[in-house]
Design a protein around this ligand. Sequence first.
Ligand code: FES
Ligand code: FES
Length: 161
Amino acid sequence: MIIDVTVNGVQRHLKSRSGDRLVDMLRKELRLSSLNADCLQGRCGKCLVFMDGRIVHSCLIPAFKARGGTILTFEEIAKNPEVNDIEKAFHATHTQPCPFCHTAKTMVIFDLLSRVPLPSEEDIVEALDMVSCPCGDPIGLIQTVKLAAELRNKRKFNREA
Ligand code: FES
Ligand code: FES
């Protein structure tokens, strides 16, 4: 079947086979390198996309559910200055993730700060729960997100977090 969907601002007509997940269709049809189908259980976060403005594990979404919708992948999200804030915060707090979860963590932090400009520790832990990370520093990461929020708020609103 053909799925009409807007991906990263471009209207697409993508082929999907019965049983395809959203991640399968996006990878097969568009070869988006930010996406991986790894655990297929909503744990690793390697398939995170924004679907109609909400961050989702695309391995848990049947491809047909995207019909008529809007998808943003990391390829598009990476163009935002907020991603630079997050990178600076990773660096400053020495919590640069390994390649396994770097993109996924950036996506969930980007999402969190878009929704909650001054997140609590509880907000941060809840958001990061979308990405299973066997080798990161969970305490350091809370500082990372707080610093990313501070950098973002200074840049956007010229105010301290
Ligand atoms: S492949 Fe979707 S969360 Fe791991
Ligand atoms: S930092 Fe290695 S899996 Fe997250």
